[in-house]
Design a protein. Structure first.
Length: 358
């Protein structure tokens, strides 16, 4: 079995955006001999597999980027000299790390596999693409820089042991949005659509917004709050929650709503909701394949609250036979394409293939 290095931003189950990373580490570690994880910092994390060795860059302690670069090089040299070496390096999202590591890893003939899943292309992406043996991402819209033989599309890695249907019947009700309160999320579309459907659709009364406002975007948060008409619909702002805390919100909602841009990369919240047994409506066209025969019912026109409202009105009520059939169909397709168990197997297979002809 191979030995691998995995470079991540953090190991912290309380981080609202990256709390899935420890679970990714565990899933990959189950299929390799040793996994050396190099995070920028370490917070509270879930129990890690016994074959995981953590080498923190301690960003919270050392602010100098130059110092952390030298520390990174020392860590890699120690892995090679004291821990029996490594065969491959997997870099998650951090597009600076792959170019920074490349000079040293090239000396050791260790290929770099980079994960990137965002439609924003910054100035470091070309360098990351150049130094990486493979780029892995969830789907074509999540990596807009270049589509060539280096790029593999393997879906998202949603932890099916955490995001799962409730063990008992739940009286599902209301609409839900999980994600930051940010202009890119177009949450005003959901608020306006909810105001249309609330008087007509009994199960759509009430809307939960789970997520906080990023720094510098408080004006958008205020704008969304001002849009809410308490006389028409009940909207609750729950603030920031960890991945683990969002599960019950997904399970209890009638439908999850995502108003992301049409050409945006796959939003994990849509898949997490489906894994929890709750269908999701979205304006992101990348979900066509996952939604299958329900794509026309669940994918609405970008920034059209009228189209969203009409689609909500036409959806089956929670608990109905049609609703259960839809939820089960979506879950089966999502598990096949985006479960962590299948995702980790695909990742390790790419690791193995990258070593051929080395």
């Amino acid at each position: 079995m191979m030995k691998a290095i995995m470079v991540v931003f953090c190991l912290d189950e309380k981080d609202p955006a990256l709390s899935f990373i420890p679970f990714w580490c565990n899933a990959i570690a189950e299929q390799v001999e040793v996994l050396h994880v190099i995070p920028q910092w370490v917070g509270k994390h879930v129990k890690l597999e016994n074959n995981i060795v953590v080498h923190s860059l301690e960003k919270d302690k050392y602010k100098s980027k130059i110092y952390r670069l030298f520390r990174l090089y020392r860590i890699v040299n120690r892995i090679m000299s004291e821990y029996g070496g490594a065969d491959v390096c997997f870099v998650h999202m951090n597009t600076i790390m792959a170019p920074a590591l490349w000079p040293l890893l090239s000396l050791y003939k260790i290929p770099i596999i980079s994960w990137y899943a965002h439609n924003y292309i910054d100035k470091t992406i070309p360098f990351t693409h150049f130094v990486s043996k493979k780029i892995v991402t969830c789907n074509p819209s999540a990596y807009a820089y270049r589509h060539d033989s280096k790029v593999s599309y393997i879906g998202h890695g949603i932890n099916e042991k955490i995001f799962k249907k409730p063990s008992r019947d739940i009286n599902k009700n209301g609409l839900l949005h999980v994600g930051r309160i940010s202009p890119i999320k177009n949450i005003e579309i959901l608020i306006r659509a909810a105001q249309i459907v609330t008087p007509e659709v009994s199960w759509a009364t009430g809307c939960n917004l789970v997520g906080d406002s990023p720094k510098g975007q408080d004006s958008y948060y205020t704008y969304i709050k001002d849009l809410v008409d308490p006389a028409v619909n009940d909207v609750v702002f729950w603030g920031k929650k960890t991945n683990l805390e969002t599960v019950s919100f997904y399970q209890n909602a009638a439908y999850h709503i995502n108003c992301g841009p049409k050409n945006h990369s796959m939003d994990k919240a849509v898949l997490e909701s489906i894994f929890c047994g709750t269908p999701s409506l979205t304006s992101i066209s990348a979900f066509q394949d996952t939604f299958g025969k329900y794509a026309k019912s669940l994918i609405f026109e970008e920034k059209s609250y009228v189209d969203l409202a009409e689609k909500i009105k036409d959806l089956p009520a929670p608990g109905s036979r049609e609703y259960i059939e839809m939820a089960d169909y979506l879950l089966e397709r999502a598990l096949e394409r985006h479960s962590l168990s299948s995702f980790s197997k695909k990742i390790v297979s790419i690791f193995e293939n990258s070593l051929k002809g080395r």
